[in-house]
Design a protein. Sequence first.
Length: 356
Amino acid sequence: MRQKRKLDHLNLARFVKDGPGSSGFEDVSFIHNCLPELDSSRISTATSFLGRKFAAPLMINAVSGGVKEAEVLNRIFARVSRKLEIPMAVGSQTAALEHPALRYTYSVAREENPEGFLVANISAGAAVEQALEAVQMIGADALQLHLNAPQEIFMPGNEKETSFGGFLANIAEVAGASPVPVIIKEVGFGMAREQAKLLVKAGAAALDVGGSGGTNFIRIEGLRGKNKMYQPFLKWGLSSAIALGEMAEEYFPGVQLVATGGIRHGLDAAKALALGASMVGMAGPLVRCYYKGGETEVENFLVSIKQQLQRTMFILGALEPARLSSLPLVIRGETGRWLELRGVDLHGLAVRSADQ
Ligand SMILES: Cc1cc2nc3c(=O)[nH]c(=O)nc-3n(C[C@H](O)[C@H](O)[C@H](O)COP(=O)(O)O)c2cc1C
């Protein structure tokens, strides 16, 4: 049952388009700098995240495991993450906890990238022992706990009962026991400031805002089912740009943000970094690259995102990714209106300056 679902997810992610909502970055504009005053050769995308250094603020986010196909996929993703010196998360490890024979579909990532930064993944409702086993299974450097209530309630078979009670207390318990930093992660419906505060208090070292506009798990589960109940919900959630903007007014000392959800090129990656993210994750496009052209296609896609990010940094005169978060940003349209209503100081963002 779980294996069939995992395969359905891969096949649907391969063919189903992003959205239908947008990730919101078209509402976010940099202010062109006609005097960047630097040479492109001096630009470095090197960054640090959760205490480790990476060649770029790009991450291969959680996709798969627990099915035979995932062995190849995780091997390829791990090889690319090693070559590009970026972090990688495996997909939810529940399948291997239930069926130890499937552990290899995840642990191959460690074989391919022995020194790399690998992230374990499990539901935020999983017990402490399960979370620790997931970390141990791949020798993980961090642990993602995923939150996916909209996906679960639209999952065929879950209509009668879907349990999400006690998650916050559970997260605090797991974070307290985890030997590695814990990342709390949405899977494409975004995260609002109110819950972010609670998650930070519960011990999150990083929050992956996992906004809407990219892979849509209400649609994926809806297509797996037999009725059309899901259709009015297709635009559910906070877009990635809105979710990041929601956090802009908060200062969570020591907590880093990851931006995932509908980020498909390096200009949007730069905007996500400017909105406060330390890392930009991608999932759906990497699955499509894998099916289209295997390892080369996955690598080329990520390299092109990095090059687009470098070009954006050059035009804006930003020597390093962290510099982007002090550049002025103009936020308009639906994203601007939302953030204004939520009390974000858009004027402050539009006139902020690195020199202040
Ligand atoms: C086929 C597929 C399987 C996924 N499985 C998981 C998973 O097991 N655990 C998880 O936390 N997120 C999972 N995700 C969600 C992604 O990590 C990511 O948060 C989401 O797809 C939004 O990013 P995107 O728009 O770049 O795809 C999966 C995504 C895809 C496409």
